[in-house]
Design a protein around this ligand. Structure first.
Ligand SMILES: [Zn+2]
Ligand SMILES: [Zn+2]
Length: 255
């Protein structure tokens, strides 16, 4: 499994892109960054996008990505998967013909640029080379995380934005995951704010780890606010310097 980190920051600044994690060139988890990281040829390979929730930092690249695809007129339809409520938000508030064109009917109803695929939590979508299962997580808007299983048997969990949560750790029940990519927005001194806004701190992560029946082989941290990164990293080092890795924009990981 090849994991390309298009972006993994919790805020946008030069050198820090919003979340987007590309699996084996074709499956994108969150779409905060596409065109800032992938050239046109690579964008064309994306077939399925799994959105964790509708906050802008996780979806904002889709409008310009759809615009790129429609102009090449090759009839490539990209599936946008997410919780039914998230899909409804995208339809109603973004691709509504006002804020941006409705690319689910452009260039034509029969052959659109994007199509929506609502998926309830704890259901699985089978793709050519991957199986993706959605699990509810705990954020301030409807949100899910994903378990991705490749045909080579590699398993990763991507949480998206979440505070302390439960359902998604079912993914650890029967198998040892190759990796968990978990968000870490705030340092410990901001734990109250993190809980209120549905985010993680190092102390909260330590408690989440206790919920996992099988520990993953690797832990990757994403979605840190650049302003607090050093503080967060120092605090994470107290949990485990070797075990927990900090995800970087542009990083490529082979599992
Ligand atoms: Zn969010
Ligand atoms: Zn976010």
């Amino acid at each position: 499994m090849k994991i390309q980190v298009l972006g993994c920051a919790g805020a946008e600044l030069p050198g820090h892109n919003m979340p987007g994690v590309l699996i084996d060139r074709t499956v994108l988890l969150d779409a905060g960054t596409i065109g800032l990281a992938l050239d046109f040829q690579d964008q064309k390979d994306i077939e399925n996008i799994f959105i964790t929730h509708a906050h802008l930092d996780h979806i904002k690249a889709i409008p310009f990505f759809a615009d790129n695809l429609v102009t090449r007129e090759t009839g490539h339809t990209v599936s946008i998967h997410s919780d039914p409520e998230v899909i409804q938000i995208l339809k109603q508030h973004l691709f509504n013909g006002l804020l941006w064109p409705d690319f689910s009917v452009i260039p034509s109803v029969e052959n659109p640029t994007i199509r929506y695929v609502p998926m309830a939590s704890e259901t699985t979508v089978k793709l050519n080379k991957h199986k993706v299962t959605a699990y509810h997580v705990n954020h301030t808007t409807p949100a899910v995380g994903y378990l991705v299983v490749s045909d080579s048997g590699k398993r990763i969990v991507y949480t998206g934005d979440t505070g302390p949560t439960d359902q998604i750790w079912q993914a650890c029940d029967e198998h040892v995951l190759e990796a968990v990519i978990i968000e870490m927005s705030f340092p410990n001194r901001m734990t109250d704010l993190a809980i209120k806004t549905g985010h993680m701190t190092p102390d909260l992560l330590a408690k989440e780890i206790l919920k996992m029946k099988n520990l993953p082989l690797r832990f990757f941290i994403s979605h840190s606010k650049p302003l607090y990164m050093e503080e967060i990293y120092d605090e994470l080092a107290e949990i485990s310097r070797e075990y927990i890795e900090i995800l970087q924009d542009g990083q490529v990981i082979y599992l």
